[in-house]
Write a protein that binds this ligand. Structure first.
Ligand code: XBP
Ligand code: MG
Length: 252
């Protein structure tokens, strides 16, 4: 059975969006709503344990009873403003893709692999990131974009990957997931997907047991990636389609 599709996470995997984009957009929305708190870099990192922006804010409030306890409607409204701030940042071209991402997407399409996305983030965020980094035609390069509230349970539940597999009409064994976080890895593995991790500053201490490989990034020819966990640990590499096919075939 050949490898048929690559399924990409977005936040942390396609681009390092959390610290300098999502976090900043949340703080702008908190300021607009005159809320008496902001999320600094470590605090935001801590609350990344909760996937989904609305769910993250609810958990933060539950753990900080001294702050105004917002209704679900208030949280939805603040989150809507947060999304608008995030989209404005992307439209301004403020965030690049991670090293090697565009190269790998191009190579995967040249090799007739199907591309898909499985993310907990809001669809507007994915669309604005893809358009600002890859151009207006970028969305059409992905067979399926599974995002946000389209499934009942966000990562680490398998729902979003199962949804994407269903839309692709493929078996998990025919696909490979690319993720950056433990929640993402648990989600992909629960959907029985082989998974490669490119970690970020926020996820580098997380448990990636079960991943096919863990790397610091995908790498470019002039600046290769490091393999951090897995058979070739310690080696440098530029991750290409052949590399992914080879790793995937070890478990298929
Ligand atoms: C991403 C998320 C998202 C973003 C914010 O996780 O958890 O919630 O942080 O996006 P993953 P929204 O990379 O595992 O999909 O505010 O739109 O939820
Ligand atoms: Mg992620």
């Amino acid at each position: 059975m050949p490898l048929r599709a690559l399924i990409f996470d977005v936040d942390g995997t396609l681009a390092d969006t959390e610290r300098d984009a999502h976090r900043v957009a949340f703080n702008q929305a908190f300021e607009m709503a005159e809320l008496p708190f902001r999320w600094d870099v470590p605090t935001y990192g801590h609350y990344l344990k909760v996937t989904g922006g609305k769910e993250r804010l609810r958990t933060f409030l539950n753990e900080h009873p001294q702050f105004p306890q917002l209704s679900d409607a208030d949280i939805a409204s603040i989150h809507k403003h947060k999304t608008a701030h995030y989209v404005a940042m992307m439209d301004a071209g403020l965030l690049p893709l991670r090293p090697g991402v565009e190269r790998l997407l191009n190579a995967a399409q040249d090799a007739s692999l199907i591309l898909a996305i499985a993310t907990t983030t809001t669809p507007a965020n994915v669309e604005s990131l893809l358009k600002s980094t890859l151009g207006t035609e970028a969305l059409s390069r992905f067979h399926t974009i599974g995002a946000g509230d389209i499934v009942p349970h966000k990562k680490p539940a398998p729902d979003i990957y199962q949804y994407v597999l269903q839309q692709l009409g493929l078996d998990a064994a025919e696909c490979l997931a690319l993720e950056d976080s433990e929640n993402g890895l648990r989600s992909a593995m629960a959907a029985e997907l082989a998974t490669v991790i490119t970690q970020t500053d926020y996820t580098e201490e997380q448990d990636f047991t079960g991943a096919l490989r863990v790397l610091d990034q995908l790498g470019e020819p002039h600046a290769p990636a490091q393999i951090l966990q897995g058979r070739e640990s310690g080696q440098s590499i530029v991750v290409d389609v052949d590399t992914l096919q080879q790793w995937w075939s070890e478990v298929r």
